[in-house]
Design a protein around this ligand. Sequence first.
Ligand SMILES: C[S@@+](CC[C@H](N)C(=O)[O-])C[C@H]1O[C@@H](n2cnc3c(N)ncnc32)[C@H](O)[C@@H]1O
Length: 396
Amino acid sequence: MVKDEVKKALESVQKAVQGDLNGTGQAHVDLLETIRKLSLAVETPAETLMRMRFEPLQSAAIRLALETGVLDAISSLGGKKVTADELADLTKYHALLIARIMRLVTWAGVVDEVGENTYAANEMTRLIVSPGLSGGEKHHFDLFFPTGAKLMEYLHETKVHQFPKDDEISAFQYAHGKKLWEYFDAVPEQRKYFDDYMAVRRVGLVKWFQTYPMAEILCPAAKRDANAALFVDVGGNWGHEVESFHEAYPDAPGRLILQDLPQTIEKVRRENPPKDVECMEYDFFQPQPIKGARAYYFRNICHDWPDEQCQIFLSNTARSMEEGYSRLLIDDYVLNDVQAPIRAAAMDLLMMLFCSGIERTRHQWEILLDRCGLEIVKVWGTRSDYEQVIEARLKE
Ligand SMILES: C[S@@+](CC[C@H](N)C(=O)[O-])C[C@H]1O[C@@H](n2cnc3c(N)ncnc32)[C@H](O)[C@@H]1O
């Protein structure tokens, strides 16, 4: 007999399906959440615990399928069927190993299983082999799993809980021997996975332009001289966001500036400088040299750092802002006070482990910004499981 709890959960799914007309936005997030709750209502508690315990093995199988070239080989066939034996010929790994890995990979939906030990690429296969998304898988797996494995030892040995002081180390350092950014200097292939991932993970501003009246933000800038700074992408890495800004607003007047650490800027200049954007070496713990820009944009920067450090670099920016004109734009999660979506909650923990960072609630943002002499004008957001753009100005 179907439990009442299951019937209710199913009704919620049916209702949410009606609301999710175009598969985007908050209605889509709500539908996914009702499906998750239905699954929890159907599973016994023991089944749920068992499922969760085995989830890391799915990540291991996907990582192996990438490393062995199995996913590349399947994807390159463009939807044509391929057997484990044929994949063994193509990749030089044993057919039995491939078949074992592929049970989990196909269960996850990353590849279609179309017969016994026979596979075909689908949309997810094509996505996961792209440099950005395969970079994301490698970055997460290779850096998180060693950190996770050392976590209990770290907790007991160091007694550090969340935010290490100057003479203490982070969980990442404990596992990998270096801080995240220093680790990337020492292991260039991991820096490349990370940079590729950053460039595709989400083009926040484009989403933002499409949803919100960007003209409102840019309008006062139109009255300025074309030599005035319009948009500064601080810690912008490849400059993908400032570039997308330029593509969306090619005629917006003013200078577009990408700032990052010297080694990143050197790589950008050498490999793929964004068009019509000035690339500038800048350490954001130093005073901001660009004065009175219309917008200083920090995407996924503040969540890498505890409040103490954020206060230093946001205050550096605040000191360069022009009262009544400049805007600080922070593109990060604004956590719900209750029922935070899994992506935001997991990201919070990841930031804590990787760089002693934190995702913040609106109240926590308000306190931090207030300490830097700033106040929130508006939070621009589309759905609760995405990062949002906090627009702030100097306190009046
Ligand atoms: C999480 S990534 C975010 C990159 C980009 N904003 C995005 O969202 O794709 C953090 C960036 O901050 C840069 N960064 C770290 N410390 C910095 C510092 N002290 N000054 C300037 N940039 C820094 C890193 O090089 C990296 O590009």
